[in-house]
Design a protein around this ligand. Sequence first.
Ligand code: GCB
Length: 597
Amino acid sequence: MLKPRATATRELISLDGIWNFALGSFDTETDDVCTRLLSPELQIPVPASYNDIFIDRKIREHVGWVYYQRLVRVPRGWTGEKYFIRVDAATHHGRVFLNSQLVTEHSGGYTPFEADISDLVAAGEEFRLTIAVSNVLTNDTIPPGKIETLASGKRKQHYQHDFYNYAGLARSVWLYSVPMAHIQDVTVITDTAQTTGIVEYQVIANEALPAEQFHVSLIDEEGQVVAQSSGPQNRLQVDKAHLWQPGAAYLYQLQVELLRSGGDDGVLDVYSVATGIRSVKVSGMQFLINNKPFYFTGFGKHEDTAIRGKGHDPAYMVHDFQLMNWLGANSFRTSHYPYAEEVLEYADRHGIVVIDETAAVGLNLAIVAGILGNKAPPTFSPETINEQTQNAHKEALRELISRDKNHPCVVLWMIANEPASGEIGAEQYFEPLVKLTRELDPSRPICFANMAFNPVNRDLISGMFDVLCLNRYFGWYKHTGELDTAEEALHEELSGWQHKFGKPMIITEYGADSLAGLHAVNDVPWSEEYQSRLVEMYHRVHDRVDAVVGEHVWNFADFQTTSQIFRVDGNKKGIFTRDRRPKAAARILRERWSKLY
Ligand code: GCB
């Protein structure tokens, strides 16, 4: 699905701003809110999660549907065009109503969807746009969850991940136009052969058009056309190409034109895709970008800030990238869901490498049970993670790859975080997902994040993946306060994985909670010093294990979680506080990463 853009043939109107807002019930079927005018008593900014905007527990902890509404006018010049409402994300289910009519619905809280409204409202007319959003998570959704009805009748949402279930319209909403005959999709795959850049493209139009009506130009950063071609698919070659390099991005524009038929001048439609020429490969124990070994330094992140929750905010986005750059971080992971497309565009532009993750977090019933000291039910069963979950997971993969396939920054797909990879049923669950991911994108390696309960002798699925990604908390959840023992245990474990698989390994999570301002001379967990010493301990081990090709600290910044006795106003494993002030460990990372690469 192409990101909407204003071009010579397309127009784009942002619907961000203040919308009317209301709580709905658990089930929209019984609600008539979408068919009437909402009072402006409660108003809300878009984009933002709704939970922390109001001073009202009922809204913060609401389980079910909420409604967003505003008036929208279709520009009068759009007669003869096609136009769409596009929602960048509705977490986790969205239903779009035009006046009283349902025009589209979508499940999956972090990928876009749209509705063609050209036949429903004429150019120049105004309509009432209502978007119903539900935050409910069940075994049919990704991520999964479960609803409990408390004795009081209140519904409580449970889920197997720790970050807070922020919901609403956390990304932009758009109204945009395209010409009647238009470009529907573009796929770009790049490679390198010595100094030559190779760009393969495929264009899909919404109507069958002869090949000569497709015209493609590759334009460099100086505006010079460096290669041209016709036809809906082809292969372009660029001599002495400027490669997209980590830390040194170079972006060509792949400009696609649909020409008018009959040879008369002019175009039906035009759309450009920012294209970084680079190659990604796994070879032995190395991860190669442009045939050079790459070592990942950086973080698992969250889209999380005070008040806006998961609302996209360009000021925070740029500041976060500045802080990562200050530390010498060259990469990050979109833990634990696809991030706003603007984040990937920025990473493309600035040469930051991305591990792109689906929202498949919490496919593991042993973690929560383990924390509560209960016996865990099986993760994979008809009553728990089942065929419906797997179908939702497949859809999540399709939508992630369809949205992000053209970003040069994305070098690795992460298809799940910490699933029960050692339990019966894991292979049957993951095999079809691995196959699907490889069919959807044969050009990138794939991985999942393995957790400590499934070490090398218990894990059943790592053989299917190209890169081993390990989340490990030695010195924190295990061997707490005992860094010497933790160091030995970590080294032994990583050596075991290297010995068995001989594949590149990224430590995709390591870290410790620390309360900013808490200091201690001894190894006192929660102090800034302990967090610092723990990351130093990991670094010593990473440097001793050849297969380790990267380290992502958990987490970039402190973030909000559900209420738990081992979280203090959220997860405090940030190297920065939630308002982005550095803790002591920032210095350790800066020293190491800015020298390393
Ligand atoms: C993990 C999870 C991450 C948690 C983290 C923690 O393994 O992948 O989502 O936030 O541990 O701090 O417990």
